[in-house]
Design a protein around this ligand. Structure first.
Ligand code: SF4
Ligand code: SF4
Length: 254
């Protein structure tokens, strides 16, 4: 199977699905055109994610999810300009950002389901760990970290604020499917885990509860702030100030 046909299917799904909008707040698109990366299921980097200092031993291998796994398709769904621009303002998350965070994940889950069916129609098996019954999070660590998988699949690198920077920036959502189809792997155009972060420190000033400093992000402070946003904006929540009005918002930082 050609990698291009998978990219095309993902792009067309996002362009066509009515879920990718929120008419009640005048949001015409949650996501722009996706980026897609592919990793070989046998890539040794997957095993390295099980090291305690990376994700940990509970992180599963592609073959644990799907014994006949051959490839892992990872994608980045960049938030639209409308979502990003709204969140550049103020200290509280913009309504558009809250919708992009919650309704946007519904789009992501619909894409995961679509891809499982799309591969099945082409004669292949597919598993999307993000919506699989075996998916679990303990101590804030997932047994399938979409960011680490995206790193293996050539989509980008980590950053000072522990988000993930792609060629379309950091503001957006990630997802993946493990498949039995043989697809050409994407070249990783980086050598270190945080190569795409320029260390400009702009995100430090953007963080309302000051969870970021030059050594990285304090997860406890960030999580506490997100909890307070969940209380305030129920049933939605979010923040993303460190991903907007920064050089890595929608492109690689210069
Ligand atoms: S704002 Fe600057 S330091 Fe912060 S993640 Fe983006 S590139 Fe890195
Ligand atoms: S999501 Fe918000 S609270 Fe968390 S690090 Fe980014 S700016 Fe700070």
């Amino acid at each position: 199977m050609q990698r291009y046909s998978v990219e095309q299917a993902i792009t067309e799904f996002i362009a066509a699905t009515p879920l990718n909008a929120a008419a009640e707040i005048g949001l015409s698109a949650i996501y722009d055109r996706p980026l897609v990366g592919v990793a070989w299921a046998e890539d040794s980097l997957f095993a390295s994610l099980q090291a305690e200092e990376v994700v940990g031993p509970r992180h599963l291998l592609p073959q644990d999810w799907l014994p006949a796994a051959r490839s892992v398709v990872s994608y980045f769904l960049p938030f639209s300009r409308q979502v990003r621009e709204a969140n550049r303002q103020g200290k509280l998350p913009a309504t558009e950002w809250l919708y992009a965070r919650i309704e946007g994940e519904l789009v992501n889950n619909a894409l995961r389901k679509f891809l499982i069916e799309w591969f099945a129609l082409a004669g292949y098996q597919a598993v999307a760990p993000g919506i699989d019954a075996r998916h679990a999070v303990a101590d804030r660590k997932s047994n399938w970290s979409e960011r680490h998988v995206a790193f293996v699949a050539g989509l980008g690198t980590f950053s000072l604020n522990r988000s993930f920077i792609t060629k379309a920036g950091a503001a957006g959502r990630l997802g993946s499917v493990i498949v039995t189809a043989d697809l050409a792997a994407t070249l990783r155009e980086y050598r270190t885990y945080d190569e795409y972060c320029s260390k400009c420190n702009a995100c430090i000033k953007r963080c309302p509860p000051q969870a970021i400093d030059t050594t990285g992000k304090n997860n406890d402070i960030c999580a506490k702030f997100l909890d307070s946003m969940a209380e305030r904006f129920k049933p939605r929540y979010g923040c993303g100030k460190c991903q907007t009005a920064v050089p890595c918002e929608a492109a690689l930082p210069v």
